[in-house]
Design a protein around this ligand. Structure first.
Ligand code: ZN
Length: 333
């Protein structure tokens, strides 16, 4: 058993309380490899933003959970080396699917876990989440629960339609489980293909496709029931159209992909939403940069020559999200 405190990590408690108070949100970026982690940490250190490093079940399978844990420990030291005196870094399990998975992460140094029982019957979700909370809280590890189902595909998590969170259930759920934050479903969705062009309308001024509006009334209903309680939004990538265009220009074959407009996320960040999950956007930024090198310098075969530009492009994206969308810059001096 290793405590996250020994690794220099923090849980989400204090940073969420400050984020709600201050009207901003903490970025939760998924990572699977070194370049992504370097980009996240250098972006957070440069902007002095608290940051949540997320590891999904797929990432644990891909990169090995032991290695990921040591990478997070290294990330804290790296942040200090970059001149960030008090790095506020959380290592979080994204979409924990069982008590055993959550326990194994807590035992090896994660400071926060999500238990996703959103696909279960309500009472089973309550029981599972409560069990994880009881274990986690012994070690001061924070727990994110979920009510409502998001559409889309993320690793093994997939659903073909939304089920919005019912505001009338949230008080009961939070009281019974004791969870520290709650992921809700208000129309965001997992993956790069959140909406088809047919589901969108065209903005007459810009000509851009606009997806169906998020259910801000559901968010407001939840906030009313649970004043000051930390709310989480999954599936909140915006699918930058310039990255999609670069990928397709250099041999990619992405279909029309539409994400959540950033002003909507900005609006959510100003509310009780204090954690916004972004994964697909960084995948797109990485792929775009690599494709460009492969297409324009076909003789190149040093991985640093294409992973380096990929890292730079992801860092640019993370800084943009922190400063222009979440507003978390300067909140962890
Ligand atoms: Zn998710």
């Amino acid at each position: 058993m290793i405590s996250y405190k020994e690794l220099g990590l923090v849980n989400t408690k204090e940073m969420f309380a400050k984020a709600i108070e201050g009207g901003y949100a903490i970025p939760a970026f998924n990572f699977n490899n070194m370049e992504q982690l370097q980009a996240i940490i250098s972006a957070a250190a440069e902007t002095k933003s608290p940051v949540i490093l997320q590891v999904s079940k797929g990432a644990r399978q891909y990169a090995n959970q032991t290695l990921l844990r040591y990478m997070a420990e290294g990330a804290v030291e790296y942040a200090k080396e970059l001149g960030w005196e008090n790095p506020q870094i959380v290592l979080h399990l994204d979409h924990g699917d069982s008590f055993e998975t959550c326990k194994s992460c807590i035992d090896m140094g994660f400071s926060s876990v999500m238990i996703d029982g959103s696909h279960l019957e309500y009472d089973e979700n309550v029981a599972l989440t409560k069990k994880v909370v009881e274990y986690a809280h012994q070690f001061d590890v924070t727990v994110e629960g979920e009510l409502g189902v998001l559409a889309g595909v993320e690793d093994e998590v997939s659903s073909d339609h939304h089920t919005y969170t019912k505001p009338e259930e949230v008080v009961d759920f939070v009281t019974k489980t004791g969870c520290d934050s709650l992921a809700i479903s208000i129309g965001t969705s997992h993956g790069a293909y959140k909406f088809t062009p047919e589901q969108c309308t065209t903005d007459p001024e810009t000509g851009l496709l606009v997806p169906p509006m998020l259910a801000f009334d559901v968010l407001e209903g939840v906030e009313k029931e649970l004043p000051g309680f930390p709310i989480v939004l999954h599936g909140s990538s915006s699918v930058p159209q310039d990255e999609v265009a670069t990928i397709n220009q250099y041999g990619g074959a992405l279909k029309a992909a539409i994400g959540i407009p950033e002003p909507w996320l900005r609006k959510a960040a100003e509310s009780a939403v204090c954690k916004i999950n972004i994964d697909s956007d960084s995948r797109l930024a990485m792929t775009a940069a690599i494709r460009e090198v492969f297409a324009t310098k076909p003789a190149e075969f040093d991985p640093r020559k294409y992973l380096g530009p990929a890292r730079d492009n992801m860092k640019k994206l993370y800084i943009h999200k922190i400063v222009n969308v979440l507003g978390s810059n300067g909140k962890a001096e």
